[in-house]
Ligand binder design. Structure first.
Ligand code: AMP
Length: 360
């Protein structure tokens, strides 16, 4: 168990790292953030930073020397970086989890190997593979690059009329998987934490709406039956135990229109955008649970403070930030990013409404 005043190293300097560092500070920890970009939002809230490439071993060495435990805020930490660091200090969650979740094919194989359902999928390594896979999976379908896909990047929908050769070129002729298109009723995610001693605490199931493949709105609790919510928790528990996970993770799922069945879409081995509501809407946030877990502190059961809505401020939407300051029940979070770009997550707003009341 880390003592207060110990130092937590965070790989990655985005808003997730920033909110982790703020939660760590509240518990009396110090953070050292390692990120390659000089204008990393997390740099603004900590005193110790390393601005260097993830392949810079001498910078990594000094970083490891300065911290007591290392965690990360993004899943694409290069494998050699994680290996280099874990030889020096504990890295949590275990970097072997990154290897599984960085590749959509190994991730889906892992999930289905646990007896958990996903959309039907097939490996695609060539144009011929794609033609064959379309034969077995059918149309409509979605072709996704195996690596480095997020917020809909590296993803192409294939309808009845699409020419598979053109799609293969458009995806960049990269290793991919073809997934059956899921006619879902809604998208949900479960955000959960597992402590060093194996205790798991789940936040309530979250319902998510995307716009242009980017998360726009989360609502809690999700509008699903108790049995669907319980099943989502069971899935999270199975995944966490199989990974011997330490820290916070999210599992994104589709709720099927026909029978309310759940299909796992993706595992995020980190704190997650759909869990930002916990900062204002729960008695413990996802960021604090993560800090507790990696510090070897006990987790606590989160209690929800009401009905919650979380809205992402994307791109130029942030320019209207002031309007939220006078909305009752609303809490504004800005990430301090200097440059506004279309599609860039600039901040979010949480609205907490007493259970039973609806938004005015
Ligand atoms: P992903 O990058 O896999 O998280 O996908 C981003 C978004 O694309 C998801 O949140 C869904 O809205 C949509 N999507 C991804 N895969 C599928 C699928 N197999 N069927 C239907 N929609 C999908």
């Amino acid at each position: 168990m880390l003592r207060p005043n110990s130092t937590i190293g965070i790989l990655g300097g985005g808003q997730l790292g920033r909110m982790l560092a703020l939660a760590a500070a509240r518990l009396g920890f110090k953070c050292h953030v390692f990120a390659p970009s000089p204008d990393s939002p997390a740099f603004e809230v900590v005193q110790r930073v390393t601005c260097a490439d993830y392949a810079d071993n001498s910078a990594l060495d000094r970083f490891a020397e300065d911290v007591d435990v290392i965690t990360f805020e993004f899943e694409n930490v290069p494998a050699p970086t994680a290996t280099f660091l874990s030889a020096r200090k504990p890295v949590l969650p275990d970097p072997q989890i990154l290897a599984t979740t960085q590749d959509r094919l190994t991730e889906k194989n892992f999930v289905t190997g646990l007896g958990i359902a996903t959309a039907r999928y097939a490996q695609v390594s060539s144009q011929q593979d794609l033609a064959l896979a379309l034969g077995t999976i059918g149309r409509p379908a979605v072709l996704k690059t195996r690596r480095f896909g997020y917020d809909g990047k590296g993803q192409i929908s294939i309808g009845e009329g699409s020419d598979h050769a053109a799609v293969w070129r458009a995806i960049g002729e990269q290793p991919a998987i073809l997934e059956a298109f899921v006619a879902f009723e809604r998208e949900v995610s479960i955000v959960a934490a597992r402590g060093r001693e194996g205790r798991i605490e789940c936040f309530d199931l979250i319902e998510n709406e995307h716009r242009d493949h980017i998360l726009k709105l989360s609502r809690v609790p999700a509008n699903v039956s108790k049995s669907v919510a319980d099943e989502a928790k069971r899935i999270a528990e199975i995944i966490a135990a199989a990974f011997n996970y330490v820290g916070v993770f999210a599992v994104e799922m589709f709720v099927l229109r026909q029978d309310g069945g759940l299909l796992v879409n993706e595992i995020a081995p980190r704190v997650h955008n759909s869990g930002h509501w916990t900062l204002d809407g729960a008695t413990v946030s996802q960021f604090e649970q993560h800090v507790r877990a990696v510090a070897g502190w006990p987790l606590v059961k989160p209690l929800r403070r009401g009905k919650i809505e979380m809205v992402n401020l994307i791109g130029s939407e942030v320019e209207d930030f002031a309007k939220w300051l006078s909305v009752e029940g609303a809490s504004l979070h800005l990430y301090g990013k200097a440059t506004v770009r279309p599609g860039r997550k600039m901040g979010h707003v949480t609205r907490v409404m007493p259970e039973g009341e609806s938004k005015a």
